[in-house]
Design a protein around this ligand. Structure first.
Ligand SMILES: [Zn+2]
Length: 285
């Protein structure tokens, strides 16, 4: 089992530093780790003007022309205008009249790499639970995922991101977007309560005592082939049963209502999960 546990790899950073020129490192795994580290460390915003949601460039706080190093402790992120305006100026000269901001940037740059800052508690808990499963579990960084994704020219989708976690060989072929993916969702097994209440807690509606009608129960995975009428077509999904024998079916594309029971075929009994196949949509960065 391979999971992406952290935004960046602290170990790779401490081994890979000092970097031999960040331009050279761009596009390498170490370059991606550095970039992910800087994004987390500097809050995904320009260190000089605070702009966020704009392209950020890796920037030397003390310029190399003034003896600044390529160590991550001398790197920050700047928007293009700030990076261009700063040029080979020292940070003190560039931010003249803003001594507080200069002090803030310099102290933040020196702040140690903090493992915990890169990892939220949910990921820790997930990691802990997986290790109890007694299967080999490997943990990787998000920087590596990004590196693999860009190296193979993959679109950013959830499934392709999952395939890009960990060690991906150069010659591995990955089916390109749009891929047909199996979506599994938690649906629950319904409720034991047989009475619905109004907002004051008084009984409003009595549900049937039995949960199965004509061999079907709400939550079963079914397929319905309807030849004529407004619901014509083949629908596959989760059924919601009605005592009158006309059921609703929730497919990957929406809700189909009032389909007669004679059209249905049972694929799988309800197990608390919903299953659907569909072309994956691209995910937000
Ligand atoms: Zn800026």
């Amino acid at each position: 089992m391979h999971i992406e546990r952290t935004a960046f790899d602290v170990h790779a950073l401490s081994v890979g530093v000092p970097l031999q020129g960040i331009e050279y490192q761009q596009g390498t795994l170490a370059g991606y780790e550095v970039r992910q580290y800087l994004l987390e460390h500097w809050g995904r915003a320009c260190a000089y003007c605070g702009a966020s949601g704009v392209p950020l460039q890796v920037e030397h706080i003390r310029p190399r022309s003034r003896g600044g190093s390529d160590r991550v402790s001398n790197l920050t992120l700047a928007c293009r205008p700030c990076n261009h305006a700063k040029g080979s100026l020292s940070v003190e000269a560039f931010l003249k009249g803003k001594p507080q901001l200069v002090a803030k940037i310099l102290s933040r740059a020196k702040a140690p790499l903090r493992d915990a800052a890169a990892m939220n508690s949910t990921r820790w808990a997930l990691w802990g639970s997986l290790k109890d499963l007694r299967v080999p579990v490997h943990s990787w960084s998000g920087g590596r995922t990004k590196y693999n994704r860009s190296r193979h020219g993959l679109t950013k989708t959830h499934s392709l991101d999952a395939l890009a976690v960990g060690e991906v060989p150069d010659d591995m072929t990955i089916e390109r977007f749009p891929a047909i993916v199996l979506l599994v969702s938690c649906t629950g097994r319904g409720t034991h309560a047989r009475t619905r209440t109004d907002k004051h807690g008084f009984p409003r509606l009595k549900l049937p005592r039995i949960k199965r009608f004509f061999g079907y129960a709400t939550g079963d995975l079914v397929t319905a082939a309807v030849l004529t009428g407004k619901n014509a077509g083949t629908h596959t999904g989760r059924v919601a049963v009605r005592s009158n024998g006309r059921f609703n079916i929730r497919t990957a594309h929406g809700l189909v209502q009032g389909v007669h029971r004679r059209h249905f075929r049972l694929l799988q009994r309800a197990d608390g999960y919903g299953y659907a196949r569909r072309a994956e949509e691209s995910a937000a960065e």
